[in-house]
Design a protein around this ligand. Structure first.
Ligand SMILES: Cc1cc2nc3c(=O)[nH]c(=O)nc-3n(C[C@H](O)[C@H](O)[C@H](O)COP(=O)(O)OP(=O)(O)OC[C@H]3O[C@@H](n4cnc5c(N)ncnc54)[C@H](O)[C@@H]3O)c2cc1C
Length: 476
């Protein structure tokens, strides 16, 4: 039997694999994408970013409609059928899946549906759903198999009462109460989304506050807002047992003896890379202690023509980063110029309210520069915040000790994930704090918060004893 040959084979059709494949095809190469699922687009489209953000948007719009109907003294249906919300999620996911498939076929990329397994460093065995096997050969192989929820063995996830982030959206009704295990991004996002939908949510985590990697003030503001919404954050807790009582409750026993009940439980305790059954040893590939594929700055593994991109190589576990890694890996493999890799990656957290961060936060900057200046702008102090009734927002600008240069921006509140890109561009171009003051912002906008925060820094700078200008610090 002849072995089909491709210039590039990409295993996995998520954001990382997709962008690598498109880059390869645009360079005129014969590219094959191998995807074990029926649809292309990866976890991002079917179980991650797209469905969770669609549900979030529906939750926000529902609440806006509720507020509006009470303002206009109109009646709104009090029952919220989850089915209606989920059908919108299904529509958006389906549309995105079609768009992803179109993108592959428009670029002349071949797609095979089945499992991939290395036979050697250039040969891959493909096994279709009906069990048929064939072998293909490729000069360049991009490994983009993504990740899945980490499921601790002592938590009996049944995907009906105790769910993970893959199965949470298969619920057919909205529970009245929900327990969320974990304090990371997925736990905080889903916790606040379901809370917004009227579910009484309790988040339980080992850490005193959720989102340990995030600016403390932002995390604190988030918890405050979550609790004002009716949620409860139980920090500093260890879980000794989780069980479904067989009737109506998932019972979580904490080590301090407290028992928390919830109709449903979401287990969001991190992710693990999909590396099993790939026959990595056959290709000469190694795995890190954390179960991820080690790569260099070009996403190249120890086997020079095999690249690893996206969640399979570990943090930050973002679709945005995965796409960039896919493009860069393909460019490097094909000898094309790679654009300057962004060293400063923005982080968007789609909790309610949403949060975003770029560059150094307050504690990171203090560690590096000791005395820094922090400019704050609260949404309720700016016209747009007052007009749109989004008073619980905060924008923080972190400046170097001279108060001249921007080191980072952290935002919580409406539009945070969009607004952060103003800060990102400023950081990349080494813009000064004064340039935000000299700038004319549309009025009224939330972006004006940058100017207000910059003025706050200017005020503090003026109070400082004169000191000689220091060299421009790097913001990384
Ligand atoms: C609930 C949730 C919300 C998220 N929200 C955001 C967000 O708001 N913003 C953001 O940037 N990121 C978000 N993420 C993260 C984002 O979804 C991932 O970082 C991104 O999907 C990773 O892309 P990837 O291409 O590496 O892998 P994936 O999207 O996981 O795709 C990997 C693909 O490889 C396939 N595959 C695996 N093994 C094989 C095999 N042996 N043969 C063939 N195919 C195989 C899988 O079927 C899958 O389709 C979220 C994730 C979750 C779970």
């Amino acid at each position: 039997m002849s072995v089909q040959h491709f210039d590039m084979a990409v295993i996995g059709s998520g954001p990382a694999g997709q962008k690598a494949a498109v880059q390869g095809a645009k360079a005129g190469k014969r590219v094959l994408v191998i995807e074990r699922e029926q649809g292309v687009g990866g976890g991002c489209v079917y179980r991650g970013t797209i469905p969770s953000k669609t549900l979030r948007e529906s939750a926000l719009q529902m609440n806006r409609a509720r507020r509006l109907s009470s303002m206009l003294e109109m009646k709104m249906h009090s029952d919220l059928p989850l089915a209606a919300l989920m059908s919108r999620v299904d529509d958006v996911v389906a549309a995105h899946g079609v768009y992803m498939r179109d993108q592959l076929s428009r670029n002349g990329i071949s797609c095979f549906h089945g499992r991939a397994r290395f036979q050697s460093d250039r040969q891959i065995e493909l096994q279709s759903v009906d069990g048929e096997r064939q072998t293909i050969e490729a000069d360049i192989i991009i490994l983009a198999t993504g990740s899945r929820p980490r499921t601790p063995s002592d938590i009996p996830i049944d995907h009906e009462h105790i769910l993970d982030s893959d199965s949470i959206l298969s619920m057919i009704y909205l529970p009245r109460t929900m327990t969320v295990l974990g304090g990371g991004i997925i736990a905080s996002e889903y916790g606040s989304i379901f809370s917004q939908l009227g579910v009484k949510v309790t988040i339980i985590d080992r850490a005193d506050r959720p989102l340990q990697f995030l600016d403390e003030e932002l995390a604190h503001t988030f918890v405050q807002s979550f609790e004002e919404q009716g949620g409860r954050y139980l920090g500093g807790q260890r879980v000794s047992n989780v069980r479904w009582d067989g009737i109506s409750q998932v019972l979580t026993t904490l080590q301090n003896g407290e028992i928390i009940g919830g109709e449903k439980m979401l287990v969001a305790l991190g992710r693990q890379a999909n590396i099993e059954d790939l026959g990595l040893e056959g290709a000469g590939l190694s795995v890190t202690e954390k179960g991820t594929i080690p790569v260099n700055d070009h996403c190249q593994t120890i086997v020079p023509h095999i690249y690893g991109v996206g969640d399979v190589i570990g943090p930050p576990g973002l679709a945005s980063t995965a796409m960039e890694q896919g493009r860069r890996a393909a460019c490097h493999a094909l000898g094309l110029p790679e654009s300057d890799s962004a060293q400063i990656i923005p982080m968007g957290i789609y909790t309610i309210p949403e949060m975003s961060s770029i560059g150094l936060d307050e504690s990171g900057a203090r560690k590096r520069y000791r005395s820094i200046l922090v400019g704050r702008s609260k949404y309720h102090e700016i016209a747009r915040g007052q007009i749109s009734g989004t008073s619980d927002g905060l924008l923080k600008m972190i400046a170097d000790p001279t108060g001249e240069y921007l080191l980072g921006v952290q935002i919580i509140g409406e539009g945070a994930t969009e607004l952060i890109h103003v800060g990102q561009m400023a950081l990349r171009s080494g813009a000064t704090i004064d340039s935000f003051i000299d700038n004319i912002f549309n009025f009224p906008t939330l972006a004006e918060a940058y100017r207000v925060a910059a003025l706050d820094i200017l005020g503090q700078r003026r109070k400082q004893p004169a000191f000689s200008a220091q060299s421009v610090p790097t913001a990384a």
